[in-house]
Design a protein around this ligand. Structure first.
Ligand code: NAP
Ligand code: GLV
Length: 309
């Protein structure tokens, strides 16, 4: 059995080393050095090229190198019927928990305003609400959204959440479905976006939904750039309707130097680092699923291609 590693951004040597330590009998191949195509049964991939995976007639598992699978479902022709899995890992979850806490506190404690005051040598305390008065809304209550909700609650924020199906999370007011979206947005002074990118969520942060937030609200997008209509976001920042935006992700990555987002007012941009997959713990997860494939057992963390995540 061999595994083909297909990624233009992840380091194959890190993953090769991680698999060598835990699954030495697995032949680890790196695209384009595919060897015997018929022997490839596992594809470990990030953002594969259009028809890259169709070469492997005996694929039994397509494993995403990350938590998201939009790179697989939206842009690639996939061999039919091959199960797909994604990364659900304590290290990845912890990374996102930290990022959401960092950026929520950054907005809540008015760090952008103090940075601007510092640049103007302006020593001036601002009114500061307690976090017990601050309403943080989390779009997407899956693995990462639920972990972020718990961490924010632990330090005292008032947390609400929104998902496709109704959720029950201790202490979190949960809304579900498009019919409750505006109600949820109206209660989100800080909106944290942790939705997958699917046909239903593409462009969900737009002029209308930004307008449904409380005036001066902040947006934190730790999920995918395609969720946001970037021209609408820039307009909302320029008008002051939105107080601040933190973007870890953008439609085009890396964000081109001449993109208007870099120059929008009240924006913080990080280069898709909110939480990245750790090769060592990621390889353990994928190896567990490879053992399951070999044993004919049910896989962990599978993707529902119809739902898109
Ligand atoms: P997940 O466990 O699959 O959770 C997805 C959540 O979104 C679920 O609560 C789901 O609702 C909800 N959802 C999906 N479609 C919806 C819709 N149309 N309307 C309302 N809610 C919807 O995913 P996850 O592991 O938390 O990851 C979320 C995303 O984070 C990933 O897809 C990836 O794009 C992104 N991510 C980014 C980074 C980074 O470094 N920036 C790192 C890791 C992941 P249900 O609960 O009802 O199914
Ligand atoms: C990163 O963006 C991931 O999907 O894991």
């Amino acid at each position: 059995m061999s595994l083909i590693f297909c990624s233009r951004t992840d380091d194959p040597d890190e993953w090769r080393g991680a698999f060598a330590a835990i699954m030495p009998d697995l032949e680890f191949r790196v695209w384009p050095d595919v060897g015997d195509e018929g022997a490839v049964e596992i594809a470990l991939v990030w953002d594969p090229m259009q028809e890259q995976l169709l070469r492997f007639a005996n694929l039994r598992l397509i494993a995403s190198l990350g938590a998201g699978v939009d790179h697989l479902l939206a842009a690639t022709t996939l061999p039919p019927g091959v199960p797909m899995t994604r990364i659900v890992d304590a290290n990845l979850t912890q990374g996102m928990r930290e990022y959401v806490l960092l950026q929520t506190l950054y907005c809540h404690r008015q760090a952008p305003a103090y940075l601007a005051q510092q640049r103007a040598a302006d020593w001036r305390p601002l009114d500061q609400p307690f976090c017990q008065q601050r309403r943080v809304g989390i779009m997407g209550l899956g693995v990462l959204g639920a972990a972020a909700a718990e961490a924010l609650q632990d330090i005292g924020f008032l947390v609400t959440g929104w998902s496709r199906r109704q959720k029950e999370l201790p202490g979190v007011e949960c809304f579900a479905g498009l019919s409750r979206l505006d109600e949820f947005l109206a209660a989100s002074e800080i909106l944290v976006c942790l939705l997958p990118l699917t046909p239903d969520t593409e462009g969900i942060i737009n002029r209308r939904t930004l307008g449904a937030l409380p005036p001066g609200a902040c947006l934190i997008n730790g999920a995918r750039g395609g969720l946001v209509v970037e021209a609408d976001l820039i307009a909302a920042l320029e008008s002051g309707r939105l107080g601040h935006a933190v973007l870890d992700v953008t439609r085009e990555e890396p964000l081109p130097a001449d993109d208007a987002l870099w120059r929008a007012p009240n924006i913080t941009i990080t280069p898709h680092i909110a939480s990245i997959t750790n090769a060592r713990s990621g390889a353990e997860l994928v190896a567990d699923n490879i053992r399951r494939v070999r044993a004919g057992e049910a896989l962990l963390h599978t993707v529902d291609p119809d739902a898109g995540y």
